[in-house]
Design a protein around this ligand. Structure first.
Ligand SMILES: [Zn+2]
Length: 186
């Protein structure tokens, strides 16, 4: 007895058995009773959400609270501490409220921890702050998130410039601006 084999396949994958490495000709052939793709139907094509009739509408949700809409964000946090520098980034998909909370928390910390290394003060901290401000403008374009199903939404908290850390950080920031202005003025 000899079984049919596919050309170029010495191990003799048999289309329809589900075993063996199927050749290109068999790749398109579904297993009996298990179609790879549902047959297109005129009814489904007309309905909203055709192709995934049982799925929720595709709207990105916040990874902290499940609220929607949410956007991919990366909030940065820089520390320049005399002998070393640390670069941290909180990346993820966040709603407007959780994103605002993260922006305020990390930017406030950056504002007071980021100035205490020369390279940080002159380069990395200003860049971190500018990048975070760009993220904030993205957050502000998000609509208010919907319901908070798990009661896990982050409270945005105090505005950035009402936080003690951020206010304290304005002093070294002003000093850096003053130094730069003196250098530019010669
Ligand atoms: Zn959220």
């Amino acid at each position: 007895m000899s079984l049919p084999t596919l050309p170029g396949n010495p191990y003799g994958a048999i289309p329809g058995t589900g075993y063996g490495t199927a050749g290109p000709a068999a790749a398109e052939a579904p297993l009996p009773g298990y179609p790879l793709h549902p047959a297109p139907s005129a009814l489904a094509a007309d309905a909203a959400g055709a192709g995934a009739p049982y799925a929720a509408p595709r709207q990105p949700a916040c990874q902290l609270c499940g609220g929607a809409p949410a956007a991919e964000l990366a909030v940065r946090h820089h520390q320049g501490l005399f002998f070393f520098m640390l670069f941290r980034k909180r990346r993820g998909r966040f709603c407007r409220d959780c994103g605002t909370a993260l922006f305020r928390k990390h930017t406030a910390t950056t504002l007071w921890q980021g100035w205490w290394h020369p390279l940080s003060a002159l380069l990395f901290n200003p860049v971190t702050i500018i990048l975070n401000l760009r993220v904030r403008s993205k957050i502000e374009r998000l609509p208010e998130p919907g319901p908070d199903p798990f009661a896990s939404r982050q409270a945005p908290g105090k505005p950035l410039l009402l936080r003690a850390g951020a206010l304290f950080g304005l002093l070294p920031a002003a000093f850096v601006v003053y130094i730069l202005a003196m250098v530019i003025a010669g």
